[in-house]
Write a protein that binds this ligand. Structure first.
Ligand code: GLY
Length: 351
């Protein structure tokens, strides 16, 4: 088992290893000692695989629980579903001292986190990520959100979990495409912070050791969250590949997964950065090659102007400029504020 301590405003541990869901009741009692009941939120992809394991552990630990199951997919990450969860919690008489458990991937984690942030002005919650993407990124750092028709994650709050429990056994039931999608965030982390991890991924491909690589990525995310919890500075680095990525994901009608879209966004920005002389040409060469090794796309044929419109309404915009994250080398990136015309030229160069 690996553990990473996150020294956020509400400090917590991320535990990573096999069989951890079996100890769920002990975790809840340790980090939320006043919790009388648990609301387990999951979706209809993860529920049939891991809900029984989770609630059996709660039952064995004599922790009463209720369950709420969402339809799978990004289409559930809405304000309507958020209100539905809140109504369910109220109808089941959950109190301020109870705890919500987010069992699933990014959609479940973001939505349950926001429900926890808003129910009775805030209750505790624990992240139980079951996808690689959630394990290395979305379950850590307290970003919670739902999408609005105008864009992804436009309604949300910072609300740190009390713990993150990543049972690596859950990754064994993850569909291959979802696993590879999560690898895009692992590769992104390596491009941002960790040339040795990048080399390891180049060598080992998707057969990398899950537990140690997740712990390494969480360690990098911990460092960023500890420094900039509210995303007013360095945390923006985590948006590498996401300006174009979010646009591609939405413009594809979510036919492309988040990870596939981030792969396209990361590859494109690296190609453009080399053409602008911001990094060596070996950076996009290695990034394109590694993404292809992981079966991830590196280009999009979606209409460029439609992607531009979406990029310009992105919430990463600061005033008139979009702060694009660009590589300097593998393991070091920085922000590059670009006005709309500059962004258009830059992104076109990387297509
Ligand atoms: N997923 C990006 C962040 O946590 O800031």
């Amino acid at each position: 088992m690996n553990a990473v301590h996150v020294p956020a405003s509400v400090p917590y541990d991320v535990r990573i290893g096999p069989g951890l869901l079996a100890g769920l009741a002990d975790t809840v009692k340790a980090v939320c000692p006043k919790a009388g009941r648990c609301l387990v939120v999951t979706d209809d992809a993860v529920g049939p695989l891991w809900l029984r394991e989770s609630v059996s552990a709660l039952f064995a630990g004599e922790l009463p629980f209720s369950t709420y199951t969402l339809p799978r997919g990004e289409a559930s990450k809405t304000a309507e579903k958020l209100v539905d969860i809140l109504n369910f919690a109220a109808s089941e008489h959950f109190t301020r001292s109870d705890v919500f458990l987010a069992l699933g991937g990014g959609m479940v984690g973001d939505l349950t986190g926001l429900a926890a942030a808003t129910y009775m002005r805030g209750v505790d919650y624990i992240q139980l990520p079951t996808t690689l993407l959630a394990a290395v990124d979305s379950s850590v750092g307290g970003k919670t959100a739902v999408d609005l028709p105008a864009g992804k994650n436009l309604m949300g709050a910072f609300w740190q979990p009390r713990a993150v429990v990543c049972d690596t056994d859950a990754l064994s039931t993850l569909p291959r495409a979802d696993f590879l999608s999560g690898c895009a965030e692992v590769i992104k982390t390596a491009v941002l912070f960790d040339p040795d991890l990048f080399a390891l991924l180049e060598r080992e491909g998707p057969a990398f050791d899950r537990e140690s690589v997740i712990a390494r990525c969480v360690g990098h995310k911990r460092d960023i969250v500890a420094e900039d919890e509210r995303d007013t500075g360095r945390r923006a680095l985590l948006n590498l590949g996401h300006t174009l990525g979010h646009a591609v994901e939405a413009e594809s009608g979510f036919a492309l997964s988040h990870g596939q879209a981030v792969a396209i966004g990361t590859a494109s920005v690296c190609r453009a950065a080399a053409l602008y002389g911001l990094c060596d040409v070996s950076v996009p060469e290695r990034v394109d090659a590694i993404l292809e090794k992981f079966g991830l796309p590196i280009r999009t044929a979606l209409p460029f102007e439609a992607l531009m419109d979406r990029m310009l309404s992105d919430k990463k915009r600061v005033g008139a400029k979009v702060n694009l994250i660009v590589p300097e080398r593998i393991g070091a990136c920085r922000g590059l504020p670009l006005a709309a015309d500059e962004l258009r030229d830059f992104m076109k160069a990387g297509l």
